[in-house]
Design a protein around this ligand. Structure first.
Ligand code: ADP
Ligand code: MG
Length: 649
């Protein structure tokens, strides 16, 4: 008989160290984790037995058994589930199999853990990270100085023993086990003897594991005792809503979603009719770290007539609802089709559309009744839900109504409906501006004219906005339009400042006419100087404070989208249409340049003057800087800037 010793994957070693030394609160959850794994193992076996009934014939009652041994100071969690073979043991218990656990460790060495060299801080970080990800099996090392796993995979004759003290190494050797299943034997540390007390164990199981669908039994401690089942042992979703407490829902969520936060919303329904199914769905309160990972699939568990089928049934929920967790149990799907066939089944499609509507309905209720609470949801999952606006044509309007936005005119979150209700007389367009953050969008010079007229602009700060906006086009016959686009139509809108401006215009009109001519000369001079670096130069309707800004022409790529595509290397080598440079005729700098243009102008000839050319490029570079873009030519820019400073000094 040989004992093989293996080193843990480096991350596991680090993780175990933290688990064993830094975690002081809530150690009892180790039991919940081990019972949860035992129950998962039974679910997996039941699924395999659908096609290989012989696997369970000798012992068909799946269950979890807890054994307390005061003398040996061990607590053992046994199951007659699917078991593990040697490869499983090395592969799963020796490496960080779960991506969640992997992220946990990355979190420890990442930003969250940086600058936190004091032990107390480290502990806080570890606890908060465990709160986010959980460490599953490894949590046994919070209470144990040695863990043994004796296991035999269903359908095999060889059992194996895995042993570790959680310090860098684990050993694997052949072992004896009468039948399939797994025993996890925790050798309790000195300060963890409380887990040998029957009452304590009973309490923990009732608190955290009551929802487990199979019996969790306590083996007799004394010879004369009987074995006792500690939990209700009926799958939680099959029970009546009124018999389920909030805590039970919460613990079920922890188990089913492998999550450690609390659910933000719980949706439990029994649907009967043409289609019969039960759904127990949860919307988490925290955003999982891999929400935007391309491979991330929905993670609602599919059961058929209480038999677990799969964790990732494609098509059970649309991908823009991939943050939803929980369980769906169908009466109408056949048990004998493969997981792969499941996703093409028309019944799944019908259940999916029922679930989707249900989720929308609940979100809508929340948005109406508890807007503040809904805002928390929106901040967490809004960017994902918005993917549905362009992916799911049939539900587009429903999702658009659920969507919330920041605005240039108010604080908090508003809906498109709120926006439309507050539109100014003469305004028939929904204006928006895109940017990386609300602050960046608000700082954009393009908003100046809108602000002056008190015309509200929606701030679109999620990458996904660039995709649904052009596709949706209108809401209640009002077109969406970027505030950075060509011909601003602000003149038509009776904004707050419009009346004053009209009065002022009347009195000024005559005296300002020559200014207008000068500005026209300047526009012509700038166009000549900049050539194909710009698409056009023109006076701005939208600027009040800044001298210049860049805008995209109608029909050209939105500037923020262009930046986004560049970041993602989608536009390599492609020639982009140049922007329009808008100048603010009311700005002192533009006024002075216009005077200069007039001085240099000769009838019948183009204005070409080195100072005006430098000024033209300085204006363009300034506008680019305001957009967060690099100047055209850094050396030329520095030379011109120095030149201007010399002249100014
Ligand atoms: P998770 O349960 O989220 O997958 P854990 O750390 O709790 O993560 O468990 C890691 C893996 O170890 C499980 O996914 C499973 O493959 C295996 N495992 C743990 N306990 C058992 C068990 N009692 N029977 C069979 N496999 C188990
Ligand atoms: Mg687990």
């Amino acid at each position: 008989m040989t004992v093989e010793t293996h080193a843990f994957q480096a991350e596991v070693g680090k993780l175990l160290d933290i688990v064993a030394h830094s975690l002081y609160s809530q150690k009892e959850i180790f039991l919940r984790e081990l019972i949860s794994n035992a129950s998962d193992a039974c679910d997996k076996l039941r699924y395999r037995a659908l096609t290989e009934p012989a696997l369970v014939e000798d012992d068909p009652e799946l269950k979890v058994t807890l054994r307390l041994d005061k003398k040996a100071k061990t607590i053992t969690v046994s199951d007659n589930g699917v078991g593990m073979d040697k490869d499983d043991l090395t592969g799963i218990l020796g490496t960080i199999a779960r991506s969640g656990t992997q992220a946990f460790v990355e979190g420890l060495s990442g930003d969250a853990a940086k600058d936190k060299d004091k032990d107390k801080d480290k502990e806080d970080v570890a606890v908060s990270l465990i709160g986010q990800f959980g460490v599953g099996f490894y949590s046994a090392f919070m209470v144990a100085d040695r863990v043994e796993v004796v296991t035999r995979k269903a359908g095999t004759n060889q059992a194996w023993k895995w042993t570790s003290d959680g310090r860098g190494e684990f050993a694997i050797e052949p072992a004896e086990r009468a039948a399939r299943g797994t025993d996890v034997i925790t050798h309790l540390k000195k300060d963890a003897k409380e887990y040998l007390e029957t009452e304590r164990i009973e309490h923990i199981v009732r608190t955290y594991s009551d929802h487990i669908g199979i019996p969790v039994a306590l083996a007799p401690v004394k010879k004369e005792d009987d074995e006792r089942v500690l939990n209700t042992a009926s799958a939680l979703w099959t029970r009546a809503k009124k018999d389920i407490t909030e805590d039970q829902y919460k613990e079920f969520y922890h188990h089913a979603a492998h999550a450690f936060d609390d659910p933000w919303m719980t949706i439990h329904n029994q649907v009967e009719g043409v289609l019969s199914y039960t759904n127990l769905l949860f919307i988490p309160s925290m955003r999982p770290y891999d929400l935007f990972h391309p491979d991330r699939a929905a993670s609602v568990k599919l059961y058929v007539k209480k038999v677990y089928i799969t964790d990732n049934c494609e098509g059970l929920l649309p991908s823009y609802l991939r943050f939803v967790k929980g369980v769906v149990d169908s009466e109408d799907l056949p048990l004998n089709i493969s997981r792969e066939m499941m996703q093409h089944n028309p019944v799944v499609a019908k259940i999916s559309s029922g679930l989707t509507k249900r989720v929308f309905g609940e979100l809508k209720k929340s948005a109406e009744k508890k807007p503040d609470d809904y805002a928390r949801f929106w901040e967490t999952f809004g960017p994902v839900l918005k993917e549905g606006i362009y992916e799911d044509h049939a539900n587009r309007d429903r999702i658009l109504e659920l969507a919330r936005f920041k605005s240039s005119a108010r604080s908090g979150w508003i809906s498109v409906k709120d926006y439309v209700n507050a539109m100014k007389p003469g305004q028939d367009t929904i204006y928006y501006i895109t940017g990386d953050t609300a602050e960046a969008a608000l700082a954009s010079p393009q908003l100046e004219g809108f602000r002056a007229k008190e015309v509200e602009v929606l701030l679109m700060t999620d990458p996904v906005d660039e995709f649904w906006l052009p596709q949706v086009g209108v809401y209640e016959e009002k077109a969406f339009k970027s505030a950075t686009r060509g011909g601003a139509d602000l003149a038509k809108i009776d904004g707050a400042a419009a009346d004053e401006k009209a009065d002022a215009d009347e009195t000024k009109e005559k005296t300002e006419a020559p200014d207008d001519d000068r500005t026209d000369l300047l526009v012509a001079a700038l166009k000549l100087a900049l050539g194909d670096k710009v698409k056009d130069v023109r006076r701005s309707e939208r600027l009040t404070d800044s001298a210049v800004c860049l805008v995209a022409d109608e029909g050209d790529l939105d500037m923020n989208l262009e930046r986004l595509l560049k970041q993602h290397k989608q536009l390599d080598g492609q020639d982009l249409s140049p922007r329009i440079l808008e100048i603010n005729a009311g700005h002192a700098l533009i006024g002075k340049l216009a005077v200069l243009a007039q001085e240099k102008a000769k009838p019948g000839e183009d204005i070409s003057d080195p100072l005006l050319t430098d000024a033209a490029f300085m204006l363009l570079d300034q506008a680019r800087i305001l957009e967060g873009e690099p100047v055209l030519n850094a050396q030329a820019f520095a030379r011109r800037l120095s030149q201007l400073m010399v002249e100014g000094l």
